[in-house]
Design a protein around this ligand. Sequence first.
Ligand code: LLP
Length: 422
Amino acid sequence: MTLPGSPFLAYRGTDLFLDDVRLSDLVRQHGSPLYVYSRRAMLAALAPYQKALKGRPHLVCYAIKANSNLAVLQTFAQAGCGFDIVSAGELARVQAAGGDPGKVVFSGVGKTRAEMQLGIEAGVRCFNVESTAELEVLSEVASRLGRQARVSLRVNPDVDAGTHPYISTGLKGNKFGIAHEEALATYKRAATLPGLEVVGIDCHIGSQITDIAPYLDALDRVLDLVEAIEAAGMPIHHMDLGGGLGITYTDETPPAADVLIGQLLQRIDARGHGHREVLFEPGRSLVGNAGVLLTEVLFLKPGEQKNFCVVDAAMNDLMRPALYEAYMGIVNVNQRAEPGQVWDVVGPVCESGDWLGRDRTLTVKAGDVLAVLSAGAYGMTMASNYNTRGRAAELMVDGAQVWVIREREAVKSLFEEERLIK
Ligand code: LLP
C-alpha cells in the first residue's frame, strides 16, 4: 500500500518502509522523535523541474528554508541546483554544504547591512530586492566595497494564490515585494544607483499552491512589466517565477511540476520571451513528501469527550499543525489488525495548541511508533527548543543505506550560551 504523496513510502506487509528501510528499526536504533528523509524521493521530486526546463537557460534554486540540513543541500547542489536563501545563516549553510554562491539568489524583505555585505563578498548571483529603501542601502553597501551588486526586483503581482493567509505572499496587503504600479519607477531608480546592476525580475505569490491559474496570472503581470521596463531601456536578463507549488498532504491534487512549468513556458514563448533565462525557487515540492517525523506513543488517555494519544514529539518539533492548523497524515508504522479508535494525537508541551493531528482513526498502543507524513518541508527548520526540549535527530536514507545527518540535540547544549549572574 502506498501512502498519499510519496511512492517511496509504503507498507510491506504490516511494516512501513521509506525506500528499503523499515521505519520501526530506525527508532529502535536512533531513538524518538526522529526525522527521516529519502534522498531518492528528493531527487525524484527535482526531476520533473529539470525535465521541463531542459534545453533552455534556467536555474532551479532550492528554497532552503523548507529543509536546510547540510546533507539535503549537498544532495541538491550535486544535482546542479542553485539556492534561494533569506539570511546570512542560510548562506553559511550553502557554503558549508559545498554549494556554489554564484548560484544563490538572496531573497527576503529585511536584509541587514551585514547580510548584504556577506552576500556581496561571497559573490551571490543576485539579490531579490523588495523595496526602494533596500535598493538604496544595498547600493551604498556595494559602493563602499567597491563593487556592484546584481539585483532583481521582487514585484508583487497582486494575485490571490488561494492558499492559507499566513503563506500567501503575492497580494497587495502582504508585506512582500514592490507594488506592481510602482515597479517601473523603482527599476528606473535602481538604474541610477551606482552600486547596482539590474539583471532580473522576481515574483513569489505564496506557498502550497494547488492551481496553475494564479501562476499564469502572475506570469502575465510579470511579462507586462518586463516589456515596459525594456521599453524604458533597461534590459532584463532573467525572470524568477518563485516557488510555492503545493504537495499532497491528504487529498490535494497540485499539478505536477513539469505540467506547471510546461504551461508557464508555453505562455512565455507565446509572448515572445523564450530567450530569457528562467529561475524557480521551489522548497516544499522538492522535500515535503520526502520525509516523515517518527514519534513514539507514550500514553493513551481515553476520555469522556476526547481520546488523547500522547506522543513524544510536540509542537516544538513540528509547528505546522499548531501554527496553521495544518493537516498532516499520521499512520502507525506497524499496521495492526484490530479496528481503530478516534484519537487526538498530542505532544507533551504545556499548551492546548500542542497537537499533531485531531480526530484521527488509529489502531494504536503505548510504545507504538507513529509516522507524521509529509514532514520533509517546514518541519525541522521551524523546530524550536520550547519547554527546553532538544531538537530531534535527522536521518537520510537511500535504498537500504542510512546516514545520521544530524545528531539529536543534547540538553546541555540548550543552555551552554547562557550565564548565571555574578
Ligand atoms: N521563495 C520565496 C521568496 C519564499 O518566500 C518561499 C517560501 C519560497 C520561495 C518557497 O516556497 P515553497 O516552494 O516552499 O512553497 N512555513 C510554511 C511555508 C512558508 C513559506 C514561506 N516562503 C508552511 O509550513 O507551510
